[in-house]
Design a protein around this ligand. Structure first.
Ligand SMILES: [Zn+2]
Length: 64
């Protein structure tokens, strides 16, 4: 049945979108980690932004 199928797809999508660590089961917290680096060419500081996923496995490393 088409209705059943669409419902199943929705459910699967919702579960797939849940971002949690397969190791500790914690939901990931996203942290914007900004590090600054000086460019050798232009002699200007630039910020490198990257998203870091934090869960029970690495929160000690991240938060100290
Ligand atoms: Zn984890």
């Amino acid at each position: 049945m088409a209705k059943d199928r669409s419902f199943a797809t929705k459910t699967a999508k919702a579960e797939g979108g849940k971002d949690s660590c397969p190791v500790c089961g914690d939901a990931y917290a996203y942290l914007r980690h900004i590090s600054t680096a000086k460019s050798a060419k232009t002699d200007a500081w630039k910020a490198n932004r990257k998203m870091v996923r934090v869960c029970g496995c690495n929160q000690k490393e991240i938060y100290g």
